[in-house]
Design a protein around this ligand. Structure first.
Ligand code: CO
Length: 162
């Protein structure tokens, strides 16, 4: 499999296996826990509740579900960490987020991009995501095409598409 494919094939397979069990909210939790785990060894329910801007009681419920799916360890004092499978899925989810965000940022610098990324990431197919990743890669190697696009876009809006 070439460089263009996701490095997180295992994470994708695990996500597919758990597809019917993982809601968009659960995906958001795993993505956030993984993001945080890149810098810290574990996190607490309270921290996660702040990061996701949800009540600690909701976090506790969600953590129990993820624990039942074998995706996280949940220890005393509200300490959370990812299992091997949870880590694989989280890595895939973060990469999925980053690929989409990068793509949308090439189209515009709008503030709403992050919100849109959060909405789109849960519904995009893996095939389209792979294609977007290749497209991002292509454009990043050909800056002249992006420059031409930006000029075209500016002219297009100025002339109302005419
Ligand atoms: Co996200």
């Amino acid at each position: 499999m070439g460089e263009a494919k996701f490095h997180t094939v295992r994470g994708y397979q695990l996500l597919e296996q758990n597809k019917k069990l993982l809601t968009p909210a659960m995906e958001d939790y795993l993505e956030m826990i993984y993001r945080y785990s890149l810098a810290e060894d574990y996190l607490r329910v309270n921290t996660l509740s702040e990061l996701l801007n949800v009540q600690a009681s909701s976090v506790t419920k969600m953590i129990q579900k993820l624990h039942e799916l074998g995706l996280i360890h949940y220890r005393k004092y509200g300490i959370i960490s990812l299992t091997e499978n949870g880590r694989e899925i989280g890595q895939y989810l973060l990469e999925r987020h980053n690929v989409l965000e990068k793509f949308l940022r090439m189209l515009s610098n709008d503030d709403s991009l992050l919100i849109e990324t959060e909405l789109i990431e849960h519904s995009i197919s893996p095939e389209t995501l792979d294609n977007i990743k290749v497209f991002n890669e292509y454009l990043s190697r050909k800056p002249e095409i992006m420059e031409d696009f930006q000029a075209f876009k500016t002219a297009y809006y100025r002339n109302d598409g005419a």
